[in-house]
Design a protein around this ligand. Structure first.
Ligand SMILES: Nc1nc2c(ncn2[C@@H]2O[C@H](COP(=O)(O)OP(=O)(O)OP(=O)(O)O)[C@@H](O)[C@H]2O)c(=O)[nH]1
Length: 341
């Protein structure tokens, strides 16, 4: 069911997305590091369970000799999370270097795996936090394939910015689908954000241009522009993204300041190939990996970090407006191996 269908339901049937809180959210409801970790932990439960079952199996008996058989089994357990062969090989090699020929406890191996994994996920030098400009609106363009969670992510970001007391303008740049415009309009109304839209079939670049101009006019802090879902193979649509870029830059010279590529976490390794085409054509500055809560392939974050020069900035942990967390390597690794150590 698309998110739009939820709005057609009666309020008491609305499991999601949740209605926004008032503009000034009570401090008690603000996300604490602990509550974010708990949410991350429950979102990663499927991936965690698959990995933990396999790793526990490796250590059925206390103390295990690290030999070729063990290393192959460890590799297989890691690869199942969809982290990719390269990262799984690296982790196996680390364990091989540290422990080969020795009898080890599970905690020894996991400490080494966790440390190596954190190093792989933490990429110093990358701007992981969203970059805000110091004057004028910060312009965020949101791109991705159909159904990856773009509109939901925009709503989540909008809620986050409104909670921070920021003024937000949304641009309904998915002019291919009337429902997408309507969906974003409902979100804008709920969240108290201004929205710029056009008739179905209108040029999305013109909507993007008007949205940025409106953000300047009303002195907004943030302008977030939606785009239609597209495949990297649709070269005309990919060129359209470049046009959207150009016209935004005519209003504010260095806009868009962030281009977020929304990837569906349930796609696992397929998410990687989606990212490859987009990251260059759309000059992406960050990735939002959605639906981590619905997948046992959460290890794909590792593969994305390994392959791309752009950081994972956020992860989607559910369908509600609050289910968006800034990506944090330490928390991710801890949530993945929670209970094992
Ligand atoms: N479980 C879960 N579902 C999500 C998440 N993010 C989005 N969804 C769901 O994914 C579906 C598609 O989300 P949309 O936001 O409509 O996706 P979109 O990319 O805008 O779709 P198009 O406009 O068709 O390209 C909806 O049912 C959302 O509720 C998430 O983090 N977790």
């Amino acid at each position: 069911m698309g998110i739009f269908d939820y709005f057609k339901k009666k309020p008491d049937e609305l499991a999601l997305p949740e209605a926004p809180q008032s503009a000034s959210k009570p401090a008690a409801e603000a996300a604490t590091p602990q509550s974010i970790f708990t949410r991350l932990q429950s979102a990663l439960k499927k991936t965690h369970d698959v990995l933990n079952t396999d790793i526990r199996d490796l250590f059925k008996r206390e103390g295990r000799l690290v030999d070729d058989e063990f290393l192959t089994e460890l590799f297989a357990a890691l690869v199942k999370t969809d982290m990719g062969v390269g990262p799984a090989n690296k982790l196996r090699d680390r364990v091989k270097t540290d422990f080969r020929g020795r009898v080890v406890q599970m905690s020894d191996v996991l400490a080494a795996v966790k440390q190596e994994l954190r190093g792989m996920l933490d990429q110093p030098g990358q701007q992981q936090a969203l970059q805000f400009v110091t004057s004028g609106p910060t312009v965020i363009l949101v791109v991705g394939v159909n159904g990856s969670g773009k509109t939901t992510t925009i709503a989540k970001l909008c809620q986050r910015f409104k909670d921070q007391g920021k003024k937000v303008v949304l641009g309904a740049g998915d002019t291919f689908r009337a429902a997408a415009v309507e969906q974003l309009t409902i979100w804008a109304d709920r969240l108290g954000a201004e929205i710029v839209k056009a008739e179905p079939g209108a040029d999305p670049a013109s909507v993007a241009h008007r949205a940025v101009a409106k953000a300047v006019e009303v002195n907004a802090d943030i302008c977030i522009v939606d785009t239609a879902g597209r495949l990297q193979t649709q070269s005309n649509l990919m060129q359209q993204l470049e046009k959207i870029h150009r016209v935004m830059g005519k209003v504010i010279p260095d806009a868009p300041h962030e281009v977020l590529l929304v990837l569906d976490g349930t796609a696992g390794q397929n998410a990687i190939s989606q990212a490859q085409g987009f990251s260059s054509a759309a000059k992406c500055t960050g990735i939002v990996l959605t639906k981590l809560d619905g997948t046992a392939k959460g290890g794909v974050v590792v593969a994305i970090r390994e392959k791309f020069a752009i950081p994972v900035k956020f992860v989607g942990l559910g369908e509600k407006a609050a289910d968006l967390a800034e990506f944090n390597a330490q928390q991710f690794v801890d949530a993945l191996f929670e209970d094992l150590v």
